[in-house]
Design a protein around this ligand. Structure first.
Ligand code: SF4
Ligand code: MG
Length: 283
Protein backbone atom coordinates (compact mmCIF):
# COMPACT_ATOMS: atom_id res chain seq x y z
CA UNK A 1 0.00 0.00 0.00
CA UNK A 2 1.29 3.46 -0.92
CA UNK A 3 2.51 5.86 1.77
CA UNK A 4 2.61 9.65 1.44
CA UNK A 5 6.25 9.34 0.31
CA UNK A 6 5.04 7.47 -2.79
CA UNK A 7 3.22 10.65 -3.83
CA UNK A 8 6.49 12.61 -3.83
CA UNK A 9 8.53 13.10 -6.99
CA UNK A 10 12.04 14.41 -7.64
CA UNK A 11 10.99 17.98 -8.41
CA UNK A 12 11.87 20.59 -5.80
CA UNK A 13 9.05 23.13 -5.47
CA UNK A 14 10.12 26.65 -6.34
CA UNK A 15 7.62 28.33 -4.03
CA UNK A 16 9.15 30.98 -1.74
CA UNK A 17 10.38 29.55 1.58
CA UNK A 18 7.47 29.76 4.02
CA UNK A 19 4.72 29.80 1.38
CA UNK A 20 1.55 28.12 2.64
CA UNK A 21 1.30 26.03 -0.51
CA UNK A 22 3.98 23.58 0.73
CA UNK A 23 1.68 22.36 3.50
CA UNK A 24 -1.29 22.00 1.12
CA UNK A 25 0.85 19.80 -1.10
CA UNK A 26 1.83 17.70 1.94
CA UNK A 27 -1.81 17.42 3.07
CA UNK A 28 -2.92 16.18 -0.37
CA UNK A 29 -0.13 13.58 -0.40
CA UNK A 30 -1.02 12.38 3.10
CA UNK A 31 -4.73 12.31 2.40
CA UNK A 32 -4.20 10.34 -0.81
CA UNK A 33 -2.13 7.73 1.06
CA UNK A 34 -4.58 7.61 3.99
CA UNK A 35 -7.40 7.06 1.48
CA UNK A 36 -5.65 3.91 0.24
CA UNK A 37 -4.90 5.35 -3.18
CA UNK A 38 -1.95 4.42 -5.35
CA UNK A 39 -0.32 7.24 -7.39
CA UNK A 40 -1.84 5.90 -10.62
CA UNK A 41 -5.33 6.25 -9.12
CA UNK A 42 -4.99 10.00 -8.53
CA UNK A 43 -5.05 12.96 -10.94
CA UNK A 44 -4.19 16.48 -9.75
CA UNK A 45 -5.28 19.24 -12.12
CA UNK A 46 -4.14 22.82 -11.64
CA UNK A 47 -4.66 26.23 -13.20
CA UNK A 48 -2.28 29.19 -13.34
CA UNK A 49 -0.65 31.04 -10.48
CA UNK A 50 1.84 29.96 -7.82
CA UNK A 51 -0.78 27.36 -6.85
CA UNK A 52 -0.73 26.03 -10.42
CA UNK A 53 2.66 24.45 -9.89
CA UNK A 54 1.29 21.88 -7.45
CA UNK A 55 0.31 19.35 -10.11
CA UNK A 56 3.98 19.05 -11.08
CA UNK A 57 5.11 18.37 -7.52
CA UNK A 58 2.93 15.36 -6.76
CA UNK A 59 3.71 11.87 -8.04
CA UNK A 60 0.36 11.13 -9.67
CA UNK A 61 -1.29 11.98 -12.97
CA UNK A 62 -1.19 15.73 -13.40
CA UNK A 63 -2.31 18.45 -15.78
CA UNK A 64 -1.24 22.07 -15.54
CA UNK A 65 -4.03 23.85 -17.38
CA UNK A 66 -4.66 27.48 -18.21
CA UNK A 67 -5.84 30.32 -16.01
CA UNK A 68 -9.11 29.60 -14.25
CA UNK A 69 -9.71 26.40 -16.20
CA UNK A 70 -8.64 23.64 -13.82
CA UNK A 71 -12.28 22.73 -13.16
CA UNK A 72 -13.39 22.11 -16.78
CA UNK A 73 -10.30 19.97 -17.28
CA UNK A 74 -10.80 18.10 -14.00
CA UNK A 75 -14.45 17.38 -14.81
CA UNK A 76 -13.45 16.11 -18.25
CA UNK A 77 -10.77 13.87 -16.75
CA UNK A 78 -13.28 12.43 -14.28
CA UNK A 79 -15.94 11.77 -16.89
CA UNK A 80 -13.39 10.15 -19.21
CA UNK A 81 -11.92 7.92 -16.49
CA UNK A 82 -14.44 7.50 -13.74
CA UNK A 83 -12.16 5.25 -11.69
CA UNK A 84 -9.68 8.07 -11.05
CA UNK A 85 -9.78 10.20 -7.91
CA UNK A 86 -9.58 13.74 -9.26
CA UNK A 87 -8.40 16.76 -7.29
CA UNK A 88 -8.60 20.18 -8.94
CA UNK A 89 -6.53 22.97 -7.43
CA UNK A 90 -6.25 26.71 -7.94
CA UNK A 91 -5.59 30.03 -6.32
CA UNK A 92 -8.11 32.69 -5.31
CA UNK A 93 -7.36 34.69 -8.46
CA UNK A 94 -7.64 31.57 -10.58
CA UNK A 95 -10.87 30.21 -9.09
CA UNK A 96 -12.67 33.34 -7.90
CA UNK A 97 -11.83 35.85 -10.67
CA UNK A 98 -11.36 34.52 -14.21
CA UNK A 99 -12.54 31.01 -13.27
CA UNK A 100 -15.50 31.95 -11.07
CA UNK A 101 -18.10 30.93 -13.67
CA UNK A 102 -16.58 27.46 -13.82
CA UNK A 103 -16.50 27.23 -10.03
CA UNK A 104 -20.20 27.97 -9.66
CA UNK A 105 -21.29 25.62 -12.44
CA UNK A 106 -18.99 22.83 -11.22
CA UNK A 107 -20.62 23.19 -7.81
CA UNK A 108 -24.10 23.00 -9.36
CA UNK A 109 -23.14 20.02 -11.50
CA UNK A 110 -21.91 18.03 -8.48
CA UNK A 111 -19.47 15.75 -10.31
CA UNK A 112 -17.54 13.58 -7.90
CA UNK A 113 -14.28 15.56 -7.72
CA UNK A 114 -12.53 17.66 -5.07
CA UNK A 115 -11.61 21.33 -5.54
CA UNK A 116 -8.94 22.83 -3.27
CA UNK A 117 -8.39 26.59 -3.45
CA UNK A 118 -5.11 27.96 -2.11
CA UNK A 119 -6.44 31.28 -0.89
CA UNK A 120 -3.69 33.83 -0.16
CA UNK A 121 -5.92 36.86 -0.82
CA UNK A 122 -3.56 38.27 -3.46
CA UNK A 123 -2.11 37.50 -6.90
CA UNK A 124 1.31 36.05 -5.99
CA UNK A 125 2.77 34.86 -9.30
CA UNK A 126 2.36 38.28 -10.92
CA UNK A 127 4.05 39.92 -7.91
CA UNK A 128 1.23 41.17 -5.73
CA UNK A 129 -2.00 42.58 -7.10
CA UNK A 130 -5.39 42.79 -5.39
CA UNK A 131 -7.53 39.65 -5.86
CA UNK A 132 -11.28 39.11 -5.34
CA UNK A 133 -10.39 37.82 -1.87
CA UNK A 134 -8.41 40.91 -0.82
CA UNK A 135 -10.01 42.98 1.94
CA UNK A 136 -11.56 46.36 1.29
CA UNK A 137 -8.86 49.01 1.66
CA UNK A 138 -6.13 46.50 0.66
CA UNK A 139 -3.20 48.41 -0.87
CA UNK A 140 -1.22 46.87 -3.73
CA UNK A 141 0.28 48.19 -6.96
CA UNK A 142 -3.12 47.57 -8.65
CA UNK A 143 -5.04 49.43 -5.91
CA UNK A 144 -2.55 52.02 -4.59
CA UNK A 145 -5.33 53.94 -2.84
CA UNK A 146 -6.81 50.79 -1.33
CA UNK A 147 -9.35 48.39 -2.84
CA UNK A 148 -12.87 49.79 -2.89
CA UNK A 149 -14.45 46.51 -4.00
CA UNK A 150 -16.41 44.18 -1.73
CA UNK A 151 -14.44 41.05 -0.80
CA UNK A 152 -15.83 37.90 -2.35
CA UNK A 153 -17.23 35.31 0.09
CA UNK A 154 -16.60 32.04 -1.77
CA UNK A 155 -18.13 29.73 0.80
CA UNK A 156 -21.41 31.68 0.99
CA UNK A 157 -21.42 31.65 -2.80
CA UNK A 158 -20.83 27.89 -2.81
CA UNK A 159 -23.71 27.28 -0.42
CA UNK A 160 -26.01 29.46 -2.54
CA UNK A 161 -25.01 27.51 -5.64
CA UNK A 162 -26.05 24.23 -4.01
CA UNK A 163 -22.69 22.89 -2.84
CA UNK A 164 -22.87 19.49 -1.18
CA UNK A 165 -19.49 19.70 0.62
CA UNK A 166 -18.00 22.97 1.88
CA UNK A 167 -14.96 23.19 4.15
CA UNK A 168 -12.26 25.64 5.06
CA UNK A 169 -8.85 25.18 6.62
CA UNK A 170 -5.51 26.85 7.29
CA UNK A 171 -2.33 25.59 5.63
CA UNK A 172 -0.54 25.53 9.01
CA UNK A 173 -3.03 23.00 10.34
CA UNK A 174 -1.90 20.05 8.23
CA UNK A 175 -3.70 17.59 10.51
CA UNK A 176 -7.11 19.20 10.04
CA UNK A 177 -6.51 19.84 6.35
CA UNK A 178 -5.46 16.22 5.72
CA UNK A 179 -8.63 14.97 7.42
CA UNK A 180 -10.77 17.37 5.40
CA UNK A 181 -9.15 16.28 2.13
CA UNK A 182 -9.80 12.64 3.08
CA UNK A 183 -13.45 13.48 3.81
CA UNK A 184 -13.66 15.40 0.54
CA UNK A 185 -12.28 12.43 -1.42
CA UNK A 186 -14.85 10.17 0.25
CA UNK A 187 -17.75 12.54 -0.44
CA UNK A 188 -19.99 11.42 -3.32
CA UNK A 189 -20.20 14.66 -5.28
CA UNK A 190 -18.33 17.94 -5.68
CA UNK A 191 -16.31 18.82 -2.58
CA UNK A 192 -14.94 22.31 -2.11
CA UNK A 193 -12.19 23.22 0.38
CA UNK A 194 -10.96 26.78 0.69
CA UNK A 195 -7.54 26.88 2.36
CA UNK A 196 -5.97 30.01 3.84
CA UNK A 197 -2.43 29.84 2.49
CA UNK A 198 -0.25 32.85 3.36
CA UNK A 199 1.80 34.49 0.61
CA UNK A 200 4.84 35.47 2.67
CA UNK A 201 6.41 37.51 -0.12
CA UNK A 202 3.64 39.86 -1.27
CA UNK A 203 0.86 39.80 1.32
CA UNK A 204 2.18 41.54 4.42
CA UNK A 205 -1.31 41.93 5.90
CA UNK A 206 -2.77 38.40 5.90
CA UNK A 207 0.25 36.79 7.53
CA UNK A 208 0.46 33.55 9.56
CA UNK A 209 0.00 35.63 12.71
CA UNK A 210 -3.01 37.44 11.23
CA UNK A 211 -4.71 34.16 10.36
CA UNK A 212 -3.93 32.68 13.78
CA UNK A 213 -5.54 35.72 15.41
CA UNK A 214 -8.60 35.75 13.14
CA UNK A 215 -9.48 32.12 12.44
CA UNK A 216 -12.44 30.71 14.37
CA UNK A 217 -12.40 26.89 14.50
CA UNK A 218 -15.82 25.30 14.18
CA UNK A 219 -14.83 23.07 17.10
CA UNK A 220 -15.51 26.11 19.30
CA UNK A 221 -19.23 25.71 18.42
CA UNK A 222 -20.07 22.44 20.23
CA UNK A 223 -23.63 22.31 18.90
CA UNK A 224 -22.65 22.93 15.29
CA UNK A 225 -24.40 20.63 12.81
CA UNK A 226 -22.73 20.53 9.35
CA UNK A 227 -25.88 19.10 7.77
CA UNK A 228 -27.80 22.32 8.50
CA UNK A 229 -27.41 24.59 5.46
CA UNK A 230 -29.06 27.63 7.03
CA UNK A 231 -26.85 27.35 10.12
CA UNK A 232 -23.83 27.04 7.84
CA UNK A 233 -24.76 30.22 5.97
CA UNK A 234 -25.52 32.10 9.20
CA UNK A 235 -22.23 31.00 10.78
CA UNK A 236 -20.29 32.13 7.72
CA UNK A 237 -22.01 35.51 7.73
CA UNK A 238 -21.58 36.01 11.48
CA UNK A 239 -17.86 35.16 11.39
CA UNK A 240 -17.03 37.05 8.17
CA UNK A 241 -16.13 33.71 6.62
CA UNK A 242 -13.27 33.04 9.05
CA UNK A 243 -14.49 29.65 10.35
CA UNK A 244 -12.44 26.53 9.70
CA UNK A 245 -13.59 22.92 9.63
CA UNK A 246 -16.34 21.01 7.83
CA UNK A 247 -18.92 23.75 7.31
CA UNK A 248 -21.55 21.89 5.32
CA UNK A 249 -22.14 18.44 3.92
CA UNK A 250 -25.22 17.09 2.19
CA UNK A 251 -24.95 13.31 2.00
CA UNK A 252 -28.41 12.91 0.46
CA UNK A 253 -28.03 14.68 -2.88
CA UNK A 254 -26.94 12.40 -5.68
CA UNK A 255 -23.76 13.16 -7.61
CA UNK A 256 -23.91 13.99 -11.33
CA UNK A 257 -22.77 10.47 -12.11
CA UNK A 258 -25.62 8.97 -10.12
CA UNK A 259 -28.19 11.44 -11.45
CA UNK A 260 -27.77 11.16 -15.21
CA UNK A 261 -29.97 8.28 -16.43
CA UNK A 262 -27.89 5.39 -17.74
CA UNK A 263 -24.57 7.03 -16.85
CA UNK A 264 -23.28 4.22 -14.64
CA UNK A 265 -24.62 1.57 -16.99
CA UNK A 266 -22.91 3.19 -19.97
CA UNK A 267 -19.64 3.18 -18.03
CA UNK A 268 -20.02 -0.56 -17.48
CA UNK A 269 -20.74 -1.16 -21.15
CA UNK A 270 -17.64 0.86 -22.08
CA UNK A 271 -15.58 -1.15 -19.63
CA UNK A 272 -16.85 -4.41 -21.13
CA UNK A 273 -16.14 -3.11 -24.64
CA UNK A 274 -12.57 -2.21 -23.75
CA UNK A 275 -12.16 -5.62 -22.10
CA UNK A 276 -13.35 -7.36 -25.21
CA UNK A 277 -11.08 -5.17 -27.37
CA UNK A 278 -8.16 -6.22 -25.16
CA UNK A 279 -9.22 -9.82 -25.49
CA UNK A 280 -9.47 -9.38 -29.25
CA UNK A 281 -6.03 -7.73 -29.48
CA UNK A 282 -4.51 -10.64 -27.58
CA UNK A 283 -5.90 -13.33 -29.89
FE1 SF4 B 1 3.89 31.56 -2.32
FE2 SF4 B 1 3.56 34.19 -2.56
FE3 SF4 B 1 5.91 33.10 -3.12
FE4 SF4 B 1 3.83 32.69 -4.71
S1 SF4 B 1 4.83 34.64 -4.34
S2 SF4 B 1 5.31 31.14 -4.02
S3 SF4 B 1 2.13 32.59 -3.25
S4 SF4 B 1 4.91 33.13 -1.11
MG1 MG C 1 -3.84 34.16 -4.87
Amino acid sequence: MATFKDFRNQIKPNWCPGCGDFSIQAAIQRAAANSGLEPEQLAVISGIGCSGRISGYIHAYGFHGIHGRSLPIAQGVKLANRDLTVIATGGDGDGFAIGLGHTIHAIRRNINITYIVMDNQIYGLTKGQTSPRSAEGFVTKSTPQGSVETTLSPLELALSAGATFVAQSFSSDIKELTTLVEEAIKHEGFSFINVFSPCVTFNKVNTYEWFKDNIIPLSSFPEYDPSNRIAAMTTLMETSGMVTGLIYQDKTKKSYEDSVPGFRKEALVRQEMSLSREHFDNL
